[in-house]
Write a protein that binds this ligand. Structure first.
Ligand code: ADP
Ligand code: ZN
Ligand code: ZN
Length: 723
């Protein structure tokens, strides 16, 4: 057998591909190569070199070109990626594709690692003095007056500055400056005197530097977790090592980046999906070369090379945004832990509301718990009260007690947050005469009524439809919006409190990249305001004058059949409540519900998240659900229900007959129809993870061979977070 290179190609096939080495040069493991693939070419990563081929000489093609003299992915990343593809049952090529920024997946030379730095020319200065430029161009000139700025810094300072750069560079008003690293970074800001719990947490993690240990830093919002991260990153830098800080959303990034830069006095790389591709690739490469020491990023930043790794931190570790929900379905927190072990560095998970998974790991002695119980920035924890909505006269879903409290708060000159996790005006448009309601034909799910757009929108498939003026079934004009979304609450609160500004913050009002920051930035003057918003408001950004949080419409979470719904609801309530009283003034939280006696709410309010989580864990243990049991979900969809049924029943029949597994299904998915496709699933559970993988691994390879697989789309999800 000839010796070949075994290569991961970015295709959703559960296999590596053998190629003969290129005539022109050797390729080592971790290098990228260009290969012929079908009628095209593809860029792949060498996973194994000089191994005997699986197939005969005749079928083998030759690598066209070796793109990297030195491996782009180091041994640790290669090992971790191999592990990840195996664990999450992903196509190996897709795992590698996730790890590399888009630009590095192309057949091109690596971009320079230095990002452009822009500065004013003499002509630029005169133009500014003469006032000859307007709008975006003028804003850019003005910003550069303070000194040269890198693209990353410009991103923070301005929105949408790229067209202006092009115009001004062509006009000779600005030019690229020679890179002067760290010239723009001010020295570290004076550090706070840490309190004793912070000291203890820092000491525990520092003691574990240079070996693997997982920690769970459990502390309410405002308890000083970020200060702990900052101190630990400082110490990591002092040892000449690199730190990776993961955050769940970019919404949290700008504020944290600023805090890191001010404090550490070194460049901080940022990696998230809203970044321009060039910047993303450069940041990745600067971490790989060791030129940069700190990276802050969202999910995919968990794949950043860390040749001088010192510390990995996962903030808000409970957040579901860490789980990728399509393609390669990895979990960034779990990947971070695997990397910590491979790199022999501590991994610090932080949260005010730890996931049940992490709490179970603490219980089992696998993670060490660190607690921050006091709250330096607040006088006292917010008081939480339940408002019983039963038998109340509601005004657009708002109870008199709630409206009263809102009125009192703004009258005192303070700010209010009304939290409702639903966009739009109303989740249902109902005919009062015959009971018809507007439904998405592609999902068989109610359409959300959006008043400002005058549209019905499906939140599952984005279908848009005009709002009918009469009922299509009975012709009645009595079409009534049912239930409340943020848009309706905004309208109701504006009508009720005409003298107070009402600010809505949800995906619609924050479409633009920095709109969220801007909207909240406008509140800096602390004027009395009513904020209405979704989950987006649950975190980030300190609002020191926000003293009342009103939570409405959480009952869906109490009644859901999803076994994780209780955990999510508890986390959400605590996170949202944490927004109140970050001020010196005491905060208050109102929770409006039709189920005031629900045991979860009772425990949560009377005894707090830790106790509620403990009770939820007991239930999970009794029922053998995660984290005590392990799950793999096979999802399937097709235009024809029969195709779904055929595939799932063949898949089910292909499972070995063993008593280590429990099998649920085949059954329809929770949404049996979505975007016009029939959906079904098969859930496989086991109390032992190894048993589960031992069966599912060969089975997943077999699934691709089933004749019925060609008529459906299917995917496997290991440790699914929504069933
Ligand atoms: P968390 O990340 O847990 O929400 P932060 O680290 O952001 O908490 O701290 C909340 C606020 O308290 C911040 O304004 C921070 O500067 C301040 N803070 C944190 N630790 C201390 C301390 N030891 N002394 C005084 N203020 C502190
Ligand atoms: Zn009707
Ligand atoms: Zn739909």
């Amino acid at each position: 057998m000839p010796l070949v290179l075994r290569i991961a190609l970015p295709v959703p096939l559960p296999t590596l591909f053998d190629y003969l080495p290129s005539a022109s040069g050797a390729a080592s493991v971790g290098s990228r190569v260009l290969v012929p693939f079908g009628r095209n070419k593809a860029v792949g990563v060498v996973v194994e070199a000089d191994v005997p081929a699986h197939v005969g000489n005749k079928q083998l093609k030759r690598v066209l070109r070796v793109l990297d003299d030195e491996p782009l992915l180091d041994a640790e990343l290669m090992q971790t990626l191999g592990w990840a593809a195996d664990y999450w049952l992903g196509a190996p090529g897709e795992a590698y594709a996730n790890a590399l920024p888009l630009l590095l997946r192309e057949d091109k030379a690596l971009p320079e690692t230095q990002e452009p730095i822009w500065q004013l020319t003499i002509a630029g200065r005169s133009a500014l003095d003469a006032g000859s430029r307007r709008g975006g161009s003028r804003a850019l000139l003005q910003v550069l007056l303070a000194g040269p700025m890198s693209t990353t810094e410009l991103d923070i300072a301005l929105s949408d500055w790229r067209p202006a750069v092009r115009r001004l560079a062509e006009a000779g008003l600005i030019e690229r400056a020679e890179p002067a690293p760290s010239a723009n970074f001010s020295p570290a800001a004076a550090t706070l005197a840490l309190h004793s719990e912070q000291e203890a947490a820092i000491a525990a993690v520092t003691e574990a530097f240079s070996r693997f240990q997982a920690f769970l830093l459990d502390g309410v919002t405002g308890s000083g977790k970020t200060e702990v991260y900052l101190s630990l990153i400082e110490r990591t830098l002092a040892q000449g090592k690199q730190a990776l800080l993961l955050v769940p959303e970019i919404g949290l990034a700008p504020q944290t980046v600023r805090r890191l830069r001010d404090r550490l006095g070194v460049p901080v790389e940022v990696l998230h999906s809203n970044l321009a591709e060039g910047e993303r690739a450069r940041a990745w490469l600067r971490m790989r070369s060791g030129e940069s020491k700190v990276v802050l990023g969202t999910r995919s930043a968990a794949f950043t090379p860390l040749p001088h790794a010192g510390l990995i931190i996962v903030d808000e570790e409970h957040d579901n945004a860490y789980k990728q929900q399509e393609g390669f379905r990895y979990h960034a927190r779990d990947l971070a832990l695997v990397r910590g072990r491979a790199l022999q560095v501590p991994v610090l998970l932080g949260s005010a509301t730890p996931s049940l998974e992490s709490l179970a790991n603490v219980e089992a002695g696998r993670y060490r718990a660190l607690h921050l119980r006091s709250r330096p920035a607040a006088t006292q924890p917010p008081q939480v009260q339940i408002i019983d909505m039963r038998a109340q006269r509601l005004e657009h879903g708002l109870s008199p007690a709630l409206l009263h409290a809102v009125g009192d708060t703004v009258a005192r000159g303070e700010q209010v947050l009304v939290f409702r996790n639903r966009r739009g005006y109303a989740p249902v448009l109902l005919c009062h005469s015959c009971g018809w309601h507007a439904e998405c034909p592609r999902c068989e799910h109610p359409l959300t009524f959006h008043a400002a757009w005058r549209k019905l929108v499906c939140h599952h498939c984005d279908l848009q439809a005009p709002v009918p003026s009469t009922c299509p079934t009975c012709g009645s004009q009595e079409l009534k919006p049912q239930g409340q979304g943020t848009e309706r609450l905004e309208e109701a609160l504006t009508a009720h409190f005409p003298q107070v500004p009402v600010l809505r913050i949800d995906r619609e009002t924050t479409r633009r990249r920095d709109a969220f920051e801007q909207l909240l930035g406008n509140l800096a003057d602390d004027a009395p305001t009513i904020l209405v918003g979704t989950q987006m408001l649950a975190k980030g950004h300190d609002l020191p004058n926000l003293t009342l949080v009103a939570i409405v419409g959480v009952d869906e979470g109490l009644l859901s059949v999803d076994f994780r719904a209780g955990e999510r609801l508890a986390q959400l309530v605590v996170q949202v409540a944490g927004r109140a009283g970050r001020a010196r003034k005491p905060g208050r939280v109102l929770l409006q519900t039709h189920h005031p006696d629900h045991p979860l709410l009772r425990t949560l309010l009377a005894q707090g998240y830790a106790t509620a989580a403990k009770e939820l864990l007991v239930e999970r243990k009794q029922t053998g659900l995660p984290p005590y049991g392990h799950q793999v979900l096979l999802r399937c969809e097709a235009h024809q229900r029969a195709a779904v049924d055929a595939f799932l029943s063949e898949a089910c029949a292909a499972l070995p007959d063993t008593n280590t597994l429990q099998i649920a299904g085949p059954m329809p998915a929770p949404m049996p129809l979505r975007a016009g496709r029939q959906r079904g699933q098969l859930l496989i559970e086991a109390s032992n993870r190894r048993d589960l993988h031992a069966v599912v691994r060969p089975w997943s390879a077999h699934l691709a061979q089933l004749p019925s697989a060609r008529k459906v789309r299917w995917s496997l999800d290991v440790d699914p977070i929504d069933l």
